[in-house]
Design a protein around this ligand. Sequence first.
Ligand code: PMT
Length: 405
Amino acid sequence: MSSLQGKRILLGVTGSIAAYKAAEWVRSLVKEEAMVTVVMTRSAERFVAPLTFSALSGNPVYRDMFADESERVMAHINLSREADVILVAPATAQTIARLSMGLADDLLATVILAARVPVVFCPAMNSNMWAHPATQENIKRLQHFGYHLVHPDSGTLACGDVGDGRLPEWDVARETLLALFEPDDLIGKKVLITAGPTREPLDPVRFLSNRSSGKMGFALARTARRRGAEVTLITGPVSLPDPPCMEVIRVTTAEDMEKMVMSRASAVQVIVKSAAVADFKPAACQVHKIKKTSQGLHLALEKNTDILKKLGENRKHGQILVGFAAESRDHAGEGLRKLQEKNLDLIVVNDILGTQTGFDVETNQVTLIDRKGSAVLPLLTKEDTANRIWDSVVSLLHKRGGDAG
Ligand code: PMT
């Protein structure tokens, strides 16, 4: 289930060429079963017809403060009361200026002024207009009022100029919306998460690896960010795109991962090692492709460093260390053994034999084991599983008094 399911989103569309992209956003929201109502300014209608938004949202589009009986009496009050969040996208320099002055000169402005729900602005405009001190002052005023801002993207704009001013990507705006519905209990915390498999090269074309898709680790990274953490994600080779608003470091081998993890470990308060690191690597990587022979091939393997164990031996005072365990039997016993052996605070044990759990699926069913006991979680999406892991981490941080600065 998406966390946007059932959420009432009021989308304010203003007069920018990027208005057509907002139509795509409506499609994405509806796909996640959010309930979308669109309010358009007069100039937005010059770029996209209201019919487009009503067809995509399945709801009437509101445009006029003084509409006839076919629209609603006191539309501005009702619309602001019926939304869980207001998203203004694209937000033009003109709309940003009007709202920064508290002007209530059209339906969208009055809805926003009357609202008691979070408002998110996604600006889109020419880069000089964005950089103008007046716009920057107006943006500061909006933020001072408690409104949220998704910074515009950089790139080539519709006018041909290059710079800041493009409507942000949907994924970035979506993460901002999702964060509004999550607790902000990881604010001020730096977390390091590892994800995906590692690849251990055998020759120029072959490697040893495993079936990890990175989905569990990426879900941990996104959910931590939504809860306010500053996230560093170190991932082995996966086909997932970089999650927004965090540092993403891509590595290949266990040795690369070890170097990156150890270089960042002392700066963070929480480490979660969900990566499926190869335990062994070929003793030598051949420079040339290994030729087929009539006999079989005997591979000499050597052990990789156990990164998690090394972290457990070297961790700083107060740091929370979370490991994963991929097990096919004696889950509780193996989990407890790894918790103690690697000096962890929490271990997340996956059952890798289930068809809906573990490697390369959308869901997971895990057991959380800490030093006080264990909890078996139901089958959940990987994002919901990640949130349950963060709940446990937050409670461990509280018990520790958050002194891992
Ligand atoms: O990526 P997905 O497709 O979403 O699948 C998720 C997952 C099944 C890969 C993930 O949830 C998971 O179980 N990750 C750990 C897999 C694993 O390597 O388990 P393990 O029991 O072999 O290792 C135990 C712990 O030691 C893990 O935290 C692992 O990161 C760590 N380890 C292992 C070997 C090594 N050389 N260095 C390590 O740090």
